[in-house]
Design a protein. Structure first.
Length: 765
């Protein structure tokens, strides 16, 4: 009956083979957008439709809960009816939790075990580290957590750690790992890594149980196979070891979880472990236009270790990948906001595109702030996928509560939020006393607290700390009213003196660095307002107005969270060396790290169906300090023939889109329009813009900003930079110049942010 099934008609011959080869191992190895997930989903439908398996006899693993939900929806749509329970369709973790609850006693746990989050895990490790008298400054517990996670990802129990690991964590690693596992069992708890590890252990030690599941799960399917780690791989191999009905789909070029122990090598081992596997390659891409595919191919070809594959598409050429440089990050956000609106209205010569069809994919979550702020200001609805929105994050709400309290001391909600954050020894009881005192006198909490202290109603450390907190509060209020410090400085003072920043600096949990970065972003956001009050009103109003009822929203997420998804229009901001590729990843893993970053770039570009816009900023502000940025090396790897360089609206005075939308750069704001447009400097920049080579040099790489500026500068030339002032060019490297500035020292900057000193004199900065 399946022969005539309409869902099969939607597939090409190779996909159809993958769907119809039901027995035995199948490996589908193919590039982005070739319909791997589509084939996998159709295979599930086909298994059900042909009666090969009941919904609860199919084990299907995906990487995110969102992907699992989507898969269920697709199955239901193809079947034409809702799927009555597919309990074993989910992520590795969610499936392992279910399995472990059934057999917990076999690894010394009770079935109601708790799953520790990373904070709890770290707290536990800290206790063990302290008990072992380790200097936790040199050997932070967080480091041990990373090492143990790594071992668990490789499915190494304390008793079978390879000898080579013996020196880990100053030689104490193995011993502390064993203690940690014992302690977890005493607490009837597991960490994330244990979920898989325990299940693998159970399967390895209890053949009868393994055999039962091998019979039960008649078919095993795995999406995003390239991101499985060793423990996940073992788990799959054990479960599929009987009937070998396993179908894995993946793309080595999209492996982006090496930092979590994923092994691309698993793909290569598949054929060894499952001899006779049908290996199916898909080459037709159904998602993206040829320009987008070619740009992605150009970037990924920079990686050395690849299986290598060519993609083709029947789609029409469409738009080139667009590249645009901005003066700074705020301007980048402003431009993307305006561009999204323009695309929505259909004023870019394209069909109108819904906001739902647009996504902004960032490398690091702190990049989201600039976009969220901008979108809140212009009232553009957005959703953040895979995390809370910037102003909803805990650390941001805490910091804002401090600011609120300084601006309006009677804000009792803010007082409650921060009076004991960081810990000041003011537990529930002490806080209750403050409440009672304040309420009985009809006073705001801060005054009630002072009365309580004056009346000696509170003692010990709490009393001392509370007094200091109240004194600080008063001083900050005075500073707020005085012209001596700016509100940005005041914000830093508050976060610093309150101990709030310190609290996160001392926190060794994996989330802490991200929270500190978010706090920096918050301070950066303040710079755009006149004072704290203005900023708080801005956030308060927009959060209040932001009812979640808009039908259309633009999505913001990290590149990691975008895996497997697709959008007609994709924005890829922040392509700057250090940000993307991420400096941290290159420092930690060298060439390997760089290759993984490049795969992330490939994932990013291949999310786009019709329009892909890459951007970078020449400057970013970190804690009020300007930092000049170099365009990402990945930009140099984009093949010129497929990229259109857009003129930034800022420096070149309202070029692309700026005239009608009012996008203005700092330079624009700083000068009188008429004067600058008539200046020789402006004319020279325009001339450079016009020089953009078109058509010729198709193969030449290193496109970028040569198009708009290039090195018409030469060594020894006297130049001017808006931020760093005057200086002399000491080296020219493509579009990048080394300049010895008179005041700011030697810096590398992008040519287009530089004007000749002679021209600068005529521009009234
Ligand atoms: P990724 O590597 O990004 O996970 P993928 O290989 O899983 O991509 P899918 O998401 O399954 O690709 O498919 C990409 C797009 O192509 C989807 O919109 C899908 O509906 C469409 N598609 C896949 N196969 C076909 C086909 N045979 N005919 C028409 N459209 C198809
Ligand atoms: Mg997919």
């Amino acid at each position: 009956m399946a022969r005539g099934a309409p869902y099969l008609d939607e597939l090409n011959a190779e996909q159809r083979a993958a769907v119809e080869t039901l027995d035995g191992p199948v490996l589908m190895l193919a590039g982005a957008g070739t319909g791997k997930t589509k084939a996998l989903t159709t295979r599930i439908v086909h298994l059900l439709n042909t009666g090969r398996a009941q919904p609860n006899e199919i084990l299907a693993v995906t990487f995110t809960n969102k992907a699992a939900r989507e898969m269920k929806e697709r199955v239901a749509r193809l079947l034409g009816q809702s799927v009555e329970g597919m309990p074993w369709l989910g992520t590795f973790h969610s499936i392992c939790v279910k399995l472990l609850r059934r057999h917990a006693e076999l690894v010394g746990l009770k079935s109601n075990f708790t799953i520790l989050d990373t904070d709890d895990q770290l707290r536990l490790l800290k206790q063990l580290v302290q008990a072992a008298d380790v200097d936790d400054k040199r050997w932070p517990a967080r480091m041990l957590a990373g090492i143990i996670d790594n071992w668990k990802n490789r499915a190494w129990l304390p008793e079978n750690l390879p000898a080579a690991e013996g020196s880990a964590y100053d030689g104490l690693g193995p011993q502390l790992y064993a203690q940690y596992q014992t302690r977890l069992k005493e607490l009837n708890a597991v960490d994330f890594g244990d979920l898989l590890l325990h299940v693998v252990t159970i399967f390895q030690q209890h053949e009868d149980i393994l055999a039962q599941y091998q019979r039960w799960f008649k078919y095993v399917l795995v999406d995003e196979y390239q991101d499985t780690n060793v423990a996940q791989y073992l788990w799959l191999r054990l479960l599929a070891g009987g009937h070998k009905n396993i179908c894995c789909v993946g793309d080595d070029d999209q492996s982006i979880y090496g930092w979590r122990g994923a092994e691309v090598g698993n793909i290569l081992r598949f054929e060894k472990d499952f001899p006779g596997a049908a290996v199916i390659r898909l080459e037709q891409n159904y998602r993206s236009t040829p320009h987008i595919l070619a740009a992605a191919a150009g970037v990924i070809s920079g990686n050395e270790k690849r299986l290598g594959k060519e993609l083709w598409t029947e789609a029409e050429d469409g738009e080139m990948v667009r590249l645009i440089g901005h003066w700074d990050g705020e301007e980048e956000a402003r431009w993307i906001g305006e561009e999204a609106e323009a695309l929505q209205r259909g004023t870019r010569g394209m069909r109108p595109i819904s906001l739902n069809s647009m996504a902004i994919l960032v490398r690091a979550s702190h990049q989201m702030r600039a976009f969220e702020d901008r979108f809140l200001t212009i009232g553009m609805p957005y959703r953040v996928i895979g995390g809370p929105r910037f102003y909803e994050r805990m650390e941001i709400r805490d910091a804002m509560a401090y600011f609120r309290l300084v601006v309006s001391p009677e804000d009792d909600l803010a007082f409650e939020r921060v009076v004991n954050t960081p810990k000041r020894g003011l537990g529930d009881k002490a806080q209750q006393k403050i409440q009672v005192e304040a309420r009985s006198q009809f006073l705001p909490l801060h005054e009630g607290a002072q009365m309580l202290l004056d009346a000696k109603g509170l003692g010990g450390k709490g009393a001392v700390e509370l007094q200091r907190f109240l004194d600080n509060l008063r001083r900050w209020q005075r500073l707020e009213a005085s012209p001596e410090v700016t509100h940005v400085e005041l914000a830093e003072i508050i976060l610093d003196e309150s101990g709030y920043t310190g609290m996160w600096q001392n926190d060794k949990s994996p989330e802490a660095p991200g929270r500190l970065e978010n706090l920096k972003e918050l301070v950066k956001a303040l710079e755009q307002f006149e004072n704290l009050q203005g900023f708080l009103e801005h956030v308060g109003l927009i959060m209040d107005n932001d009812k979640d009822d808009a039908d259309e929203k633009i999505s913001i997420m990290t590149l990691h969270a975008a895996k497997g998804l697709e959008f007609p229009a994709v924005f890829l901001p922040g392509w700057e060396d250090g940000l993307f590729p991420s400096q941290r990843s290159m420092d930690e893993s060298g060439q390997k790290g760089l290759e993984e970053e490049r795969r992330l770039a490939y994932v990013g570009i291949t999310r786009a169906e019709e329009l892909c816009t890459i951007s970078f900023a020449g400057n970013r502000r970190v804690y009020g300090q300007w930092q000049s940025q170099m365009p990402s090396r990945f930009i140099d790897e984009l093949p010129e023939a497929h990229v259109e360089v857009l003129t930034p609206p800022g420096l070149y005075g309202g070029g692309y889109g700026a005239a009608q939308t009012g996008g203005r750069s700092r330079l624009d704001q700083a000068v009188s329009d008429a004067d600058v447009y008539n200046s020789p400097g402006w004319k020279r920049m325009q001339a450079r813009t016009a020089q953009r080579p078109s058509g010729q040099a198709q193969e030449s790489r290193n496109i970028v900003i040569e198009a708009v500026a290039v090195s018409s500068f030469s060594v020894g030339e006297r130049v001017f930079h808006q931020k760093f002032g005057y200086g002399d060019v000491t080296a020219v490297e493509g579009d990048k110049l080394s300049i010895a500035f008179d005041k700011a020292g030697t810096k590398k900057v992008v040519a287009r942010f530089i004007v000749s000193a002679a021209d600068a004199d005529t521009i009234p900065f």
